[in-house]
Write a protein that binds this ligand. Structure first.
Ligand code: NCD
Length: 402
């Protein structure tokens, strides 16, 4: 399929694509529920709270054989298509595991050469075929807006009283990755409950407040440091959008001095309009108000340089960059606040080593937990999309009283 075919495929949706994002969100909503998940901006605080609660229940029920069996009954009448034509390990596998937890049967297309796209079938025809056989389409594509166009096509079919299924954007171009934002948010929220093990006389929060007197539980009022490929990292864009909905946020963006890697002006102004205080630096050793930025960081989020988006010029220019100032070395980890989660959507770059393996045993490291959390929140999202929350509550109450 050449790019011209793709354009003509999408052109019918161009007027819809050209709208400001706020005008689009209603199209992906069904009253109080999501119809499709395309943009991180759909993840409003009340929905995030509901999905986190569902994820907590699923996580608990999955532990025991009997409750696990009940989970597996919940959506055993549904089938999912995993249409992933861009490389993926965690997102693909965690969606598959989430489906398995809920009893959803999965099938996959990962290489379009094995589908009829090789016979010049259009992307949109492929999607419509998937919707004939499956009840949800979970898709990752290098083509920006592809998932969004699928959602519009499904809406059009629905308005014609034809079969239509939910679309989940599992990563589109360098644009958006809303389900990653969901799992990142869930991980941040769990980190910032400061829950203590057992009934200690002093809570973890009490102890931390001796060093950080203003510390509050929850994602609001924090300093988030995002490092690496800020310009092209879709996970940063989506997570920053979600976090900007909470009050008194400060975001520090650290990226190498290259136009493609820097915070883009569109995202910057959206964050500022949402009330976020934004700072940009070119080194992790930078200072803000006379103090190292690392010592002011409540949550650290690293990303890799997304070389797959490079133009030939980018590759040449980036080869000249010294990436040392963006590496989270053990010495830099020591400067972080003692409760600051260290996050990364993964994969990390084993050559650049933006997160060297020596730091993996630090108790603040969250990147492996993040990946596992992805399975729970993606299962929660599927329960929500299939309107099975009430059934999950009922199943849960058969095993637990709280
Ligand atoms: C991210 C992605 O695909 O955008 N990975 C992921 O989904 N966990 C980040 C990346 O590839 O760098």
């Amino acid at each position: 399929m050449n790019p011209a075919d793709t354009l003509s495929d999408f052109s019918t949706f161009q007027p819809l694509l050209d709208r400001p994002i706020e005008d689009k969100l209603m199209d992906f909503q069904r009253e109080q529920r999501l119809k499709h998940l395309i943009y991180a901006a759909q993840l409003k605080p009340d929905l995030l709270a509901r999905l986190s609660h569902l994820a907590d229940m699923i996580r608990r029920m999955a532990r025991q054989r009997e409750s696990n069996l009940a989970l597996r009954q919940l959506l055993s009448h549904k089938r999912a298509m995993l249409y992933f034509t861009q490389p993926s390990t965690r997102t693909f596998l965690s969606f598959m595991a989430a489906c398995q937890i809920l009893g959803i049967t999965c099938n996959e297309v990962r290489d379009p050469k094995t589908s009829s796209e090789i016979k010049r079938e259009s992307h949109m025809d492929s999607i419509r075929m998937f919707s004939s056989y499956f009840d949800v389409i979970i898709m990752r594509s290098p083509i920006a807006n592809f998932a969004e166009c699928c959602a519009y096509m499904m809406n059009r079919l629905e308005s014609q009283e034809m079969r239509s299924v939910p679309t989940i954007n599992a990563g589109s171009g360098s644009d958006e990755h809303p389900t990653q934002a969901l799992l990142d948010f869930y991980t941040i929220q769990r980190s910032f409950t400061f829950d203590s093990e057992g009934a200690a006389p002093q809570t973890k929060l009490d102890v931390l407040r001796q060093s950080y007197p203003d510390l509050q539980p929850g994602p609001a009022g924090k300093t988030y440091l995002f490092c690496g490929d800020i310009g092209r990292g879709r996970t940063v864009r989506s997570l920053a959008t979600v976090l900007s909905q909470y009050h008194s946020q400060r975001m520090i963006f650290v990226s190498p001095d290259h136009g493609a890697l820097k915070l883009d002006q569109g995202l910057r102004s959206r964050l500022v309009d949402a009330g976020v205080t934004v700072h940009e630096f070119e080194s992790l050793d930078a200072e803000l108000n006379g103090q190292p930025i690392l010592s002011q960081t409540d949550c650290f989020y690293m990303t890799r340089i997304q070389r797959e988006h490079n133009s030939a010029d980018d590759t040449e220019q980036m080869a000249q960059l010294d990436l040392g100032p963006y590496q989270l070395t053990p010495a830099r980890v020591n400067q972080l606040r003692e409760f600051s989660p260290i996050m990364h959507p993964f994969p990390r770059d084993s050559v650049v080593q933006e997160l060297p393996m020596q730091i993996d045993s630090d108790p603040r490291v969250m990147y492996f937990r993040q990946a596992r959390n992805g399975m729970w929140v993606r299962a929660a999202l599927l329960v929500h999309l299939f309107d099975a929350s009430e059934e999950l509550f009922m199943a849960y109450s058969q095993f637990y009283r709280d």
